[in-house]
Design a protein around this ligand. Structure first.
Ligand SMILES: NC(=O)c1ccc[n+]([C@@H]2O[C@H](COP(=O)([O-])OP(=O)(O)OC[C@H]3O[C@@H](n4cnc5c(N)ncnc54)[C@H](OP(=O)(O)O)[C@@H]3O)[C@@H](O)[C@H]2O)c1
Length: 343
């Protein structure tokens, strides 16, 4: 399928709801849905905040086919109006916070799983035909029981006790939310399908960069991050948006879907970045602690079989860099001066 939807014969159109459509992934999804003829109900946390609304209202088709709703994941009554009348729901809204300021339970974990249940319940009550939910690679690893010689696939679940012990609260939130969603869908007889993206990169339509791009920016500026327990690769945001629509439009798509270009280790990732941008102070990892992860090309077999084609890593990184430069976040600096500048 072409990304612009020009070469696709699948049934499409109708009203769908996107939760969290103001965010990094959400705004690409809303853009693609509008392009493909859908009418979209999109939830934002604060309708009065132009940083959440303006980039969406500027999208082609938004004037006639996009309606924004204010929604708080923990307020069930605020969820239903956006879903009412929709044929399908794309559930993306969830706190993307790695280091909570105060209480991880109330800031990150509860809004994720209780919010997912509020959305699924509303979808069931409103007679929605399919819910596509965004989970994460962090709901798949670390899994100490996974065979050391086997490529990670959709059968792997993160060990909740282990990620709690390591205080990986975002990972806990995604794992519990996905588990709660599967449990609810089975009991309620709701058609649910799940996408598990790896680390999402690429250009953003939002006015500021959200967490996943912020982390990349810091790595490009020389900071190091400990992601050894859960990093299995990266994926282009435009491929994530396309995959979500593919899952919605294909009734044969069932279960979880790992979404990434290739399974790689953090050491490969930083080496590739450093090779692409030798003028930047990217820290090469000296000790590879990810011997639990088998490298693989094209591990997202379920999505590939559904027609998804993944953007090569180098293009994603170059497009992300162009986006950073256009926002003035990385400047065109001479090779000799750059190390002094990024301190
Ligand atoms: N980026 C990645 O690397 C990655 C990888 C795997 C999975 N995911 C998942 O993909 C989804 C979107 O992530 P993203 O990267 O696009 O992050 P993002 O830009 O921060 O988007 C998150 C969205 O959720 C909304 N949200 C958060 N808490 C909410 C609440 N309590 N009530 C209502 N809305 C709430 C946010 O609204 P505001 O903008 O108003 O805060 C925002 O629209 C999330 O479920 C995330 O876990 C992301």
């Amino acid at each position: 399928m072409a990304r612009d939807g020009s070469n696709d014969g699948a049934a499409r159109g109708g009203l769908v709801c996107v939760t969290g459509g103001s965010g990094f992934i959400g705004s690409w999804l809303v853009r693609l849905l509008l392009h493909r003829g859908y009418t979209v109900h999109d939830t934002v946390k604060n309708l009065q905040d132009e940083r959440e609304t303006k980039h969406l209202q500027a999208l082609d088709g938004a004037d006639t086919r996009l309606r924004l709703f204010q929604m708080d994941l923990l307020d069930a009554a605020s969820v239903q109006p956006a879903i009412d009348g929709a044929l399908g729901v794309f559930h993306l809204a969830s706190p993307v916070i790695l280091q909570p300021d105060r209480d991880p339970e109330t800031e990150v974990v509860e809004p994720a799983w209780k919010g997912a249940l509020n959305v699924l319940r509303a979808a069931k009550d409103c007679g929605v035909s399919r819910v596509v939910m965004v989970s994460s690679q962090t709901a798949m690893v670390p899994n100490p029981n996974w065979p050391a010689d086997k490529v990670i696939d959709e059968h792997s679940w993160a060990d909740v006790d282990l990620i709690k012990k390591h205080e990986l609260w975002y990972n806990v939130s995604k794992t519990l939310a996905e588990k709660a969603a599967w449990d609810f869908a089975a009991k309620a007889g709701l058609d649910l399908v799940v996408l598990n993206p790896a680390w999402v990169l690429g250009p953003t339509l939002t006015p500021s960069v959200t967490l996943s791009l912020h982390v990349l920016l810091q790595i490009l500026k020389g900071q190091s991050f400990d992601m050894d327990a859960f990093f299995i690769g990266s994926v282009d945001v435009r491929d994530v948006a396309e995959s979500l629509i593919v899952l919605y439009e294909n009734p044969s798509a069932q279960g979880r879907h790992l979404c990434l270009e290739s399974s790689q280790r953090m050491v490969d990732f930083t080496n590739q970045l450093s090779d692409l941008y030798p003028e930047l102070p990217v820290q090469r990892i000296q000790e590879d602690k990810q011997d639990w992860l088998v490298r693989a090309k094209g591990p997202s077999k379920k999505l590939i079989d559904l027609g998804v084609r993944f953007t090569p890593f180098e293009k994603t990184i170059r497009d992300t860099m162009d986006c950073f430069k256009s926002k003035g976040l990385i400047k065109h600096l001479k090779r000799q001066t750059i190390r002094k500048t990024f301190t």
